[in-house]
Design a protein around this ligand. Structure first.
Ligand code: ATP
Length: 386
């Protein structure tokens, strides 16, 4: 079948809610392309407008991590969108085929997706439907974001649900602020990306529920179970950062730009560092903070902070609230070096008073008690005499 006298449809690649996607040959330029044909069931008058908007939105983005838009038009009463053909699979396919992703691959997916989102956000475009099926990976593993613009019409939470109350894919990644009816923002995309990465790491989304309402409540209220408690073997820094993307408050999530830089810089590896040998008990947290400085590692510190802002002990402390929000279970010390939970912020024990200060405190208490006893004795003696 030849569309618009130019695009020869060859095989169906996939089907989505709005139409079917074909592998095709652009006979004018002699190159392979993907052609998405809008379903022509005639039922939804707004579908064409949405489709057109998707084309116009994605056409504004020319970025290596966004699927390129090449053409748009109408042919025999059906709208079509011509895209760059991605020879590979979606991340949903990758998950189905191979199970949870290894940290290295997951970090690549995170970086590429965040790059694509950063490019969109810089133009004021919010994707609104970040999900594994909308991340396409080519044979080299390069990830591109597809389907820009469609979800702008599902801003209200009901857009994530069917009329019967069943969950559709979007609900699994729906930001809390959207669940309560606030319009989607760039930070909502970051929450969805966090859910998506969690899903790819664990093999299941952070929240699941039998009803749509229960699921929305979880997005709003429930802290996600840390991935390592569900069997994922992420480096601690990676896990903490991922959980910061799932912060309930939009302003506490990293921006796409920050996330892209953080993953590109390799901080996600969270390589264990040697413990300070000589200063064990008194102020262990200070020693760790100092060690982390400039190391470009550890979870939490990158949160909402551009890399150039990191690096001082005090800013590190300000930048590490994720530690309070996430309470991972420490692993045995043998986990050192293998991405276990015994490094960095997760091992900072509560401060214990040194021997000298506790002696000082005990002497102080004794002095007060002794003084009171002497005073009472003097009072009694005085009363006896007068
Ligand atoms: N440019 C492309 N190159 C290669 N494959 C593509 C391309 N665009 C889409 N696909 C494939 O076609 C499938 C269907 O895509 P489509 O965008 O229609 O639906 P969806 O994203 O799965 O669902 P929905 O549109 O309902 O959100 C995708 O999952 C993907 O595998």
């Amino acid at each position: 079948m030849l569309v618009a006298d130019r695009y020869r449809l060859q095989t169906v690649i996939g089907r989505g809610g709005m139409g079917e996607v074909w592998q095709a040959l652009d006979e004018v330029l002699g190159r392979p392309v993907a052609v998405k044909l809008l379903l022509n069931d005639g039922a939804d008058a707004s579908a064409e407008a949405r489709f057109r908007l998707e084309a116009q939105t994605s056409a504004r983005l020319n970025h290596p991590h966004v699927v390129g838009t090449l053409d748009f038009g109408s042919w025999e009463d059906r709208c079509f969108l011509v895209m760059e053909l991605i020879d590979g699979d979606s991340l949903a396919d990758e998950l189905t085929a191979g199970g949870p992703l290894a940290p290295e691959r997951l970090a690549q997916v995170a970086q590429h997706s965040a790059e694509g989102l950063a490019a969109a956000h810089a133009q004021g475009i919010v994707h609104r439907d970040v999900k594994p099926g909308n991340l396409l990976s080519d044979r080299n593993g390069t990830v591109r974001i597809a389907d820009f613009g469609i979800a702008r019409f599902v801003d209200d939470p009901s857009g994530a649900l069917t009329t019967t109350g069943q969950i559709v894919g979007t609900g699994l990644y729906l930001a809390p602020e959207r669940a309560i009816g606030t319009p989607a923002s760039a930070a909502s995309d970051m929450y969805s990306l966090g859910c998506l990465l969690y899903h790819l790491a664990v093999g299941a989304p952070p929240f699941e529920a039998p009803t749509a309402t229960a699921l929305l409540y979880q997005h709003v209220d429930s802290p996600p179970v840390p991935p390592h408690q569900r069997g994922a073997a992420l480096p601690p820094a990676f896990e903490t950062y991922l959980l910061s993307m799932l912060a309930k408050k939009p302003e506490e999530r990293p921006t796409a730009r920050q996330a892209a830089d953080w993953f590109a810089g390799g901080a996600w590896r969270g390589a264990p560092e040697p413990l300070p040998p000589e200063r064990p008990a008194a102020f262990p947290s200070q020693g760790r903070e100092t060690q982390q400085t400039g190391g470009g590692r550890s979870g939490g510190q990158g949160r909402r902070r551009a890399p150039e802002q990191r690096g001082t002990g005090s800013s590190r402390r300000r930048g590490a609230p994720a530690r309070a929000a996430v309470t991972p279970t420490p692993a045995p010390a043998s986990g050192a070096g293998d991405g276990g939970w015994n490094t960095s912020v997760h091992r900072v024990p509560p401060r214990r008073p040194g021997l000298r200060s506790s002696l000082r405190r005990h002497f102080g208490v004794a002095a007060v008690v002794g003084g009171a006893a002497l005073f009472a004795l003097a009072l009694l003696v005085g009363m006896a005499f007068f």
